[in-house]
Design a protein around this ligand. Structure first.
Ligand SMILES: Nc1ncnc2c1ncn2[C@@H]1O[C@H](COP(=O)(O)OP(=O)(O)O)[C@@H](O)[C@H]1O
Ligand SMILES: [Mg+2]
Length: 238
């Protein structure tokens, strides 16, 4: 980037999958990449507004936005010279997810590798797919590899997600306490623990996300896809 403002929507019909965590960390990653970043917190619970309150830094900007006001906000923000807008949404609100996805260049569906999340995903996909907008799954809270092997639940989740015909980000987030602690302190993991595995995950996820946003003028400047972290994706998959 930079160029005309890019918009990323973060959605999931299921609560607690990690939408706000992913949004906050990608916002920090975007800001660290030099982009003027705004988070539109479209969840009335206001997790991101709280996060911003706990934060010392004034950026990224975080504003509460009604889902019905996403489009007007987008147009207002576009004129203000910002580079990136992330939209955090509430769960169980199909209309909100659709509003956010329609405004976005890329929609991320955050899902945990649990039976309950994976069951709930069918509905989210069914609703979003007809929009025909760029959409990808982000696997969150994945248990860590054991003796170099991906836990069965992660491999199965990736297979199932691939089956929906939408890309799965080859970099997911493992279940790590630092995500909770950093969020509570109003930080991204890259700020809280720059040398941590979590920080690497977010940098890699940002790189994937950035490379899947529409290029401005010079497509050759797009970054190469990051190295897959999930073994299951290395061995097959999308
Ligand atoms: N990768 C992760 N590792 C550990 N805890 C996580 C991770 N992602 C999210 N969490 C925790 O899970 C809970 C729900 O995450 P949150 O981002 O608030 O979900 P949502 O916005 O989808 O409701 C929070 O307590 C958060 O700190
Ligand atoms: Mg949330």
């Amino acid at each position: 980037m930079p160029g005309p403002m890019k918009i990323i929507a973060v959605v999931a019909q299921k609560g607690g999958t990690g939408k706000s965590t992913v949004t906050a960390n990608l916002a920090v990653a975007g800001q660290l990449a030099g982009l003027k970043t705004l988070v539109a917190d479209a969840d009335p619970q206001g997790s991101l507004v709280e996060w911003a309150r706990a934060r010392q830094a004034k950026t990224p900007l975080v504003v509460p936005v009604k889902a019905s006001a996403i489009h007007p906000t987008r147009y207002a923000v576009e004129r203000s010279g910002l580079d990136l807008m992330l939209i955090d949404t509430r769960c169980s609100a199909l209309d909100d997810s659709l509003e956010a996805a329609k405004a976005a260049h890329l929609t991320l569906i955050v899902v945990r590798p649990t039976a309950v999340d994976l069951r709930a995903i069918a509905k989210t996909v069914e609703d979003l797919k007809p929009l025909g907008r760029p959409t990808a799954f982000v696997l969150n809270q994945a248990p860590s590899q054991r003796v170099g092997r991906e836990p069965v639940i992660v491999a199965e989740a990736i297979d199932l997600l691939i089956g929906y015909g939408l890309p799965v980000a080859p970099v997911g987030l493992r279940n790590r306490l630092i995500y909770q602690n950093a969020f509570a302190a109003g930080l991204g993991v890259q700020e809280a623990e720059p040398l941590s595995r979590a920080s690497e995950e977010i940098a890699a996820l940002w790189s994937y996300v950035e490379s899947h946003l529409p290029a401005p003028e010079a497509p050759e400047r797009r970054r190469a896809a990051p190295t897959p972290l999930f073994q299951a994706l290395e061995m097959g998959g999308a």
